[in-house]
Design a protein around this ligand. Structure first.
Ligand code: ADP
Ligand code: MG
Length: 837
C-alpha cells in the first residue's frame, strides 16, 4: 500500500461500491511510491484516452499510451484536475463509451488493479448523470460508481487494489458497463501480486501496526499492544455510543420525515386526483370549446352565406318590385288610356247592360213569337180544316191498261182540289178535296202536303193520318211505299228526326214507335212476338188527351234506319200466319203509332203527343164480294170498324156530346187522335178504272162526308196577311238578335279580358309584396339568432377563460406541491442513507 491510505474506511458510504474484499476507494490521484518494490510491482500502467507519460527522478513513473482497449471514444479536457497527485495529466484524458480493456501475455499469477477516474465532462453535475459498474475477469469489482457524486467534477478518484488472477492464457480483462450514461476511465494500473490485506487486518488485531509515514508494518511489545488495544477499545466504545445517539436521533428524524413524507404523499395523491379531475375537466372543456368554436364557425359561415343570399334575394326582389311597380304604373297608364280611348266606357257598359236586357227581352219575345207562330200555323192548318182529306188516284195497272178500259176520273181542276167522276157516261160529278193527286203525282208530291200535318206532332199535337179506299187502290203504296219509292210513314219519321235534330238546341225529343194490327176486331202487337200476339185492349188515359195501351211494345228509335227496321219487322209480322199475304193485309188495319216526348230546353215545357199512321183495310162493300164463313166475319169486322170511323168523324163534326169511339177497336185506339186539338189527314184512294166506279164513288162519298165536317166554321178563318207579315219579320228579327248577341258577347269578352289582366297583375304585385315582407321577417329572425349566438359565444369564451385561469392556478398549486414534495424528499433520502450507513 505504498500510495497512501484508502478513504473507504473513513467513508462507510463508499464501501457499498466495493464488491471485492481488499480493494478500496481513494478521493485523490495517483501518488508515486518511493519504494523500488512498488515501482517494480507495476506491470502495466496505461493512460486511458491519453499519451505516454514519463516522470524521471527517484520516484520514476512510466505511463504507457492508451492501448489494450476495445471500443469507446477518447475524452479530453484542458481544465486542471484537482488532487491529481503525481500525475494530474492522466486525469485530463479518458476513454468513454462502450469499451473494455484486455491485457494479454501476463505471466499467470495474482495481480491487483488500480483504476483512475475523474469526471471531466459533466462538470456541473448533476449527480447520477454517469453511473457504471466495473467487472474484472467478469466479476463485478465496482458497483454503481458515480464519480461526480463522490468527488465532484475535475477531481481525481481511485479504486485501488482490486485483486485479480491471470490464468494460463495470461489475460486480464477489465469491463465497464454503464448503469446511467456511459462509463469513463482515465487510467488503469496492473500490479504484480495480490493486495496485502492480511497485513493491515493483523495490525488491527494488535499483532502489527502500519507506520503512519511509510505504511511499513511496525512490531509492538505486548504491553504496548495491550495499551493500544485498550485505547482502540475505548475509542471504539466512545464512537459506538456517539453513533448510537446519532442513530437514535436519525431514527427519530427519519420517523418524522417518514410521517411528513406519508402526509405529503397523501396530499400529493389528493392533488394528483384533483389534478386529474381538473385535467379531465379541462380536457372536456377544451373539447366542448373546440366543438362550440367549430359550431360557431359553421354558424357564422352559414350566417354569412345566408346573409349574402338574402342580400342578393332582397336586391333581386327590390329590382323585381321596381319592375313590377313600373309595369303597374305602365298598366294603369294603359288602362287609363284604354279607358280614355273608349269614349264613355261607363256609357258603353250601360249600353252593354241595356243590350243584354234587350237581348233577354228579345229572347223572350222570340219565344213568344215562336209560340205565336206555332199557334198561327196551327190556325192556318185549322183554317184548312182539322180534318183534311186528300184524294189520290192510282194509275191504271197493266191489266187495265191492256184491256183499254174507260177512265172514269177527270183531273182538269185537280190543282184546285176538284175531281171529276164520270157517272154513267156523260154525267160528271165534281168532288172537292183539300188536294187531288193524279196518277202522275209521285210520293214526294203527296208527302209535301202531308208533312205539315205529320210534323205538327213535334209541336205537341196528336195527329192521325190514314188511308181509306178499296183494295188495290194504293193505300199501302201511299202509306208504306216501296223501298225505291218510300211512302208517308217512312218519310214522316225521317222528317221528324231531321226537325228534331234542327231543334235540338231548344227542344229535346224522345221518339218511340209501336206497330199494331186490327184484324177481326182484335188488336195485335206486331213488334211483340212472332206470330203476332193478340193484345187485350185496355186503354188508359195518361194525361189530358193522351191515351196509352198498356202492354204494347214501344220501341225507342234514334234514327231512320231503326225506323225502317221496325217498319219492316211490323210488315213481316203482319204477313206471318196468313196464307194469302195480300189478302190478309187488305182485310186488316195496320196502325203505326209514333209517340213523341218533347222537352223545351228554354221554357222547360214538356209535351207528349202521338202520330197514328193507319193503312186501313179495303173498304169494298159486302155485296160485291161473294163471301161466306171466315171471309164474311172479316168483311163484317171491316165494315163495322170503317162505319164506326165514319160515325166518330160525324159525331165530331156535329159536336155531338157523345163520340162513339168504343164502337170499334180502330176508333177506340184512335180516340185521342181524332177530334179535339188533334189533326186528322185522310187519303182517300181511288181507282181510275170504270170497273171500280161503284167503289170509287162510295169511297169519295165517305171522304166527302169526312171532309164536310170541318168545312165552313167561321172561327177557322184566320187573318193570313198578319201571318205573312209576321213570317216576313221573323228572319229579320232573328238576324238582328244574332247581331246583338254577337256584339254583347264580344263586349263581355273584352271586359272579362281586361278584368282578368288587372286581377292577375294585382295578385302578382300582392304576392311579391307578401314575399318581401316574409323575407324581411326572415332576415330579422336570422339577425336575432346571430346576436343570440354571438352572445352565447362570448359567454363560452368567458367560461373558457375562467376555466383556463382555474387550470393555471391548479397547475401552479401542483408545481408548488411538487416542489414541496421534492424538498421533503431530498433531506429524507439523505438522512435515510446516513441512517443506513
Ligand atoms: P191497296 O193497299 O189499296 O190494296 P196497293 O197499295 O197494294 O193497294 O196497290 C195495288 C197496286 O197498285 C200495287 O202494285 C201498287 O204498286 C200499285 N199502285 C197503287 N198506287 C199507285 C200509284 N200512285 N202509282 C203507281 N202504282 C201504284
Ligand atoms: Mg194494302
Amino acid at each position: 500500500m505504498g500510495d497512501g491510505g484508502s478513504d473507504t474506511g473513513e467513508d462507510p458510504m463508499l464501501d457499498s461500491l466495493i464488491c471485492v474484499a481488499g480493494s478500496s476507494i481513494k478521493r485523490s490521484g495517483f501518488i508515486a511510491s518511493h519504494s523500488s518494490d512498488e515501482r517494480e510491482r507495476r506491470v502495466i500502467f496505461v493512460n486511458a484516452g491519453g499519451e505516454e507519460l514519463r516522470r524521471q527522478g527517484h520516484s520514476e513513473i512510466e505511463v504507457e499510451t492508451d492501448r489494450f482497449f476495445q471500443g469507446g471514444d477518447v475524452l479530453r479536457t484542458d481544465e486542471e484536475v484537482a488532487d491529481g497527485g503525481d500525475l494530474p495529466s492522466i486525469y485530463q484524458s479518458a476513454r468513454c463509451g462502450n469499451f473494455c480493456y484486455e491485457f494479454r501475455d501476463l505471466p499467470p499469477g495474482d495481480y491487483s488493479v488500480d483504476l483512475h477516474f475523474a469526471e471531466i465532462v459533466y462538470t456541473n453535475g448533476p449527480r447520477g448523470m454517469r453511473v457504471f459498474n466495473v467487472f474484472i475477469q467478469d466479476e463485478k469489482a465496482v458497483s454503481e460508481l458515480d464519480v461526480y457524486s463522490i468527488v465532484g467534477a475535475n477531481r481525481a478518484l481511485q479504486v485501488m487494489n482490486i485483486p485479480v488472477s491471470a490464468g494460463k492464457d495470461g489475460v486480464v480483462s477489465v469491463n465497464f458497463q454503464g448503469v446511467v450514461g456511459s462509463p469513463t476511465v482515465s487510467g488503469i494500473c496492473i500490479k504484480q501480486g495480490a493486495p496485502e490485506l492480511q497485513l493491515v487486518s493483523s495490525g488491527r488485531d494488535g499483532k502489527s501496526l502500519l507506520c503512519d509515514n511509510c505504511f511499513a508494518p511496525v512490531k509492538l511489545t505486548a504491553a504496548e499492544n495491550k495499551a493500544a488495544r485498550m485505547s482502540f477499545t475505548a475509542k471504539y466504545e466512545r464512537e459506538i455510543r456517539e453513533l448510537k445517539a446519532q442513530c437514535q436521533m436519525k431514527q427519530d428524524e427519519c420517523y418524522e420525515a417518514w410521517m411528513s413524507l406519508t402526509a405529503a404523499n397523501q396530499e400529493l395523491e389528493k392533488v394528483r386526483a384533483e389534478l386529474d379531475v381538473k385535467f379531465f375537466q379541462n380536457f372536456t372543456l377544451g373539447q366542448a370549446m373546440e366543438k362550440e368554436t367549430e359550431k360557431m364557425a359553421k354558424i357564422s359561415s352559414k350566417y354569412e352565406h345566408d346573409r349574402r343570399l338574402w342580400v342578393a334575394a332582397i336586391d333581386e326582389l327590390e329590382r323585381k318590385m321596381k319592375a313590377i311597380k313600373s309595369e303597374h304604373s305602365q298598366l294603369s297608364f294603359e288602362a287609363h288610356q284604354c279607358a280614355n280611348s273608349i269614349p264613355g266606357l261607363n256609357q258603353m257598359v250601360t249600353a252593354v247592360q241595356s243590350l243584354v236586357g234587350q237581348y233577354d227581352d228579345l229572347k223572350m219575345k222570340f219565344n213568344e213569337e215562336q209560340e205565336r207562330r206555332k199557334k198561327l200555323y196551327n190556325q192556318l192548318l185549322e183554317s184548312k180544316g182539322n180534318i183534311r182529306v186528300f184524294c189520290r188516284c192510282r194509275p191504271l195497272n197493266m191489266e187495265e191498261a191492256s184491256s183499254r178500259p174507260q177512265t172514269v176520273v177527270e183531273f182538269t181542276d185537280a190543282k184546285d182540289g176538284d175531281l171529276g167522276v164520270l157517272m154513267n157516261g156523260s154525267n160528271k160529278k165534281i168532288y172537292k178535296f183539300d188536294r187531288v193527286y193524279t196518277p202522275k203525282d209521285d210520293q214526294c208530291d203527296v208527302f209535301e202536303d202531308a208533312s205539315p200535318v205529320a210534323t205538327s206532332v213535334l209541336d205537341g199535337y196528336n195527329v192521325c193520318i190514314f188511308a181509306y179506299g178499296q183494295t188495290g187502290t194504293g193505300k199501302t203504296f201511299t202509306m208504306e211505299g216501296t223501298e225505291q219509292n218510300r211512302g208517308v210513314n217512312y218519310r214522316t219519321l225521317e222528317l221528324l228526326f231531321k226537325i228534331a235534330e234542327d231543334r235540338k238546341k231548344t227542344i229535346s225529343y224522345d221518339i218511340s214507335v209501336s206497330v199494331l194490327e186490327v184484324y177481326n176486331e182484335q188488336v195485335r202487337d206486331l213488334l211483340a212476338s212472332s206470330p203476332p200476339m193478340v193484345v187485350r185492349l185496355e186503354i188508359k188515359q195518361v194525361s189530358e188527351g193522351v191515351n196509352h195501351v198498356p202492354g204494347v211494345v214501344d220501341m225507342k228509335v234514334e234514327n231512320v234506319d231503326e225506323v225502317w227496321n221496325i217498319l219492316q219487322t211490323g210488315s213481316n209480322a203482319r204477313a206471318v200466319g196468313s196464307n194469302n199475304v195480300n189478302g190478309h193485309s187488305s182485310r186488316s188495319h195496320c196502325m203505326i203509332c209514333t209517340v213523341v216526348r218533347a222537352k223545351n230546353l228554354v221554357t222547360g215545357e214538356c209535351t207528349r203527343s202521338k202520330l197514328w199512321l193507319v193503312d186501313l183495310a179495303g173498304s169494298e162493300r159486302l155485296a160485291k164480294t161473294d163471301v161466306q164463313g171466315e171471309r164474311l166475319k172479316e168483311a163484317q169486322s171491316i165494315n163495322k170498324s170503317l162505319s164506326a170511323l165514319g160515325d166518330v168523324i160525324s159525331a165530331l163534326a156535329t159536336k155531338s156530346s157523345h163520340i162513339p169511339y168504343r164502337n170499334s177497336k180502330l176508333t177506340h185506339l184512335l180516340q185521342d187522335s181524332l177530334g179535339g186539338d188533334s189533326k186528322t189527314l185522310m187519303f182517300v184512294q181511288i181507282s181510275p178504272s170504270e170497273h171500280d166506279l161503284g167503289e170509287t164513288v162510295s169511297s169519295l162519298n165517305f171522304a166527302t162526308r169526312v171532309r164536310g165536317v170541318e168545312l165552313g166554321p167561321a172561327k177557322k178563318q184566320s187573318d193570313t196577311t198578319e201571318i205573312q207579315k209576321l213570317k216576313l219579320m221573323l228572319p229579320f228579327c232573328l238576324c238582328q238578335l244574332k247581331c246583338k248577341d254577337d256584339t254583347i258577347r264580344k263586349l263581355e269578352e273584352n271586359v272579362q279580358v281586361l278584368e282578368g289582366k288587372t286581377k292577375s297583375k294585382e295578385q302578382f304585385s300582392k304576392s311579391q309584396q307578401d314575399k318581401i315582407i316574409d323575407l324581411e321577417n326572415q332576415v330579422e329572425l336570422k339577425a336575432e339568432l346571430c346576436g343570440h349566438l354571438e352572445k352565447r359565444l362570448s359567454h363560452v369564451y368567458e367560461k373558457m377563460q375562467r376555466k383556463e385561469e382555474a387550470c393555471y392556478s391548479f397547475q401552479q398549486k401542483v408545481i408548488s406541491f411538487i416542489m414541496k414534495i421534492s424538498e421533503l424528499h431530498n433531506p429524507i433520502s439523505l438522512s435515510a442513507r446516513s441512517f443506513e450507513g
